[in-house]
Design a protein around this ligand. Structure first.
Ligand code: TYM
Length: 339
């Protein structure tokens, strides 16, 4: 079992990142440790430069993301925690895969279409080729399990296509260069939506801070955001069918169920018939119960920048070792000489 995943260090980590991905990093870290596997989690700082960003803020936000991940339960003794920029093999392998990835495949990526909008010509080449770097991230370590939210599923499918075409074109069936990675997507909470608009996903890049619960929010901020969250005037139904066409209500029930580690059906069985005036304070309390201790640890950890830098340096050195054999095989398979 080789677990690999990444998170961009720009913007504040939020509830969607936690329920969709980070919580599963921790779960799979422990499963991998129990069966002598490996877990590598990295800050995707090379991906972050595909969009306009502030260079002077990148180091600080990378360290804050490390503090967040450790506060959420990632243990640097069990997980190789690092940032891409310190492991050049990610960028090298991306280039080696560029000969295999097809323009048409990248053109179909919904994230590219969403982010580029009508202005494709004005986008960076990095934004277009972003999924090839993402493929390199996981293929470099022969990842078997890739914990992600629903929005990254298409990128993982592309990584599988690249692995398969590269193996077909440049390796033998008995000795493939790359392993096919499997996305590991939570059944519930794979796509947590904005608190202001149930048709948009909760996102770091959404301008309104009221649209998301940040992992660094205080209890009061969380309660305020839940109180102001968009809902409808109807009471909660007692069955899921009653949530059809009620995206905001469905989102709040999904969040509650994920936090309480139960099913949306069970939540509706308990709260069906009640209005949001009653349900919202209960949800706010649950958020504070689960996220409060994470915030407390985060606040403590983020002050010790030296310790956080040391975690990244150690992780990067382990990652460089772990990635070397696959990078070497990829160069060899392509006939590239490196004496
Ligand atoms: P990023 O930084 O946008 O998000 C990190 C993780 O959080 C998940 N996520 C969500 N899950 C549920 N509901 C939401 N509203 C929500 N928003 C975000 C994402 O699915 C992701 O798992 N391209 C990636 C980073 C990356 C990567 C990789 C991931 C780079 N290389 C290799 C996996 C493997 C990204 O921008 O994630």
């Amino acid at each position: 079992m080789i677990v690999v995943s990444g998170i961009q260090p720009t913007g504040k980590p939020h509830l969607g990142n936690y329920l969709g991905a980070i919580r599963n990093y921790v779960k799979l870290q422990d499963e991998a440790a129990a069966q002598d596997g490996k877990c590598l989690i990295f800050l995707a700082d090379l991906h972050a430069i595909s969009m306009p960003h502030e260079p002077q803020d990148l180091h600080a936000s990378t360290l804050e993301m490390v503090a967040t991940l450790v506060a959420c339960g990632l243990d640097p003794a069990k997980t190789v925690l690092f940032n891409q920029a310190q492991v050049p093999a990610h960028a090298e392998l991306q280039w080696l895969l560029m000969g295999t990835a097809r323009m048409g495949w990248l053109n179909r990526m919904t994230q590219w279409k969403d982010k580029a909008g009508k202005n494709r010509e004005g986008q960076s080449v990095a934004l277009f080729s972003y999924p090839v770097l993402q493929a390199a991230d996981v293929l470099l370590y022969q990842a078997t399990h890739v914990p992600v939210g629903e929005d990254q599923k298409q990128h993982l499918e592309l990584a599988r296509d690249i692995a398969q075409k590269f193996n077909n074109d440049f390796a033998s069936e008995e000795a493939p260069v790359f392993t096919q990675p499997e996305p590991y997507i939570p059944k519930a909470a794979a796509r947590i939506m904005s608190l202001r608009d149930g048709s948009r996903k909760m996102s770091k890049s959404e301008p309104s801070d009221m649209s998301r619960i940040n992992l660094s929010d205080t209890a009061d901020e969380m309660a305020q955001k839940v109180k102001k969250a968009k809902t409808d005037p109807e009471p909660l139904p007692s069955e899921m069918a009653g949530l059809e066409g009620r995206a905001e209500a469905l989102n709040l029930i999904t969040i509650f169920a994920a936090l309480a580690e139960t099913t949306p059906d069970a939540v509706l069985a308990e709260y069906g018939g009640q209005g949001f005036g009653h349900f919202k304070p209960v949800l706010a309390e649950k958020l504070v119960e689960v996220l409060g201790p994470i915030r407390t640890r985060f606040v403590e950890l983020k002050e010790d920048r030296e310790a956080l830098d040391a975690i990244l340096a150690r992780g990067a050195s382990q990652a460089r070792e772990l990635g070397r054999p696959t990078l070497d095989s990829a160069y060899r398979a392509l006939g590239l000489v490196r004496n």
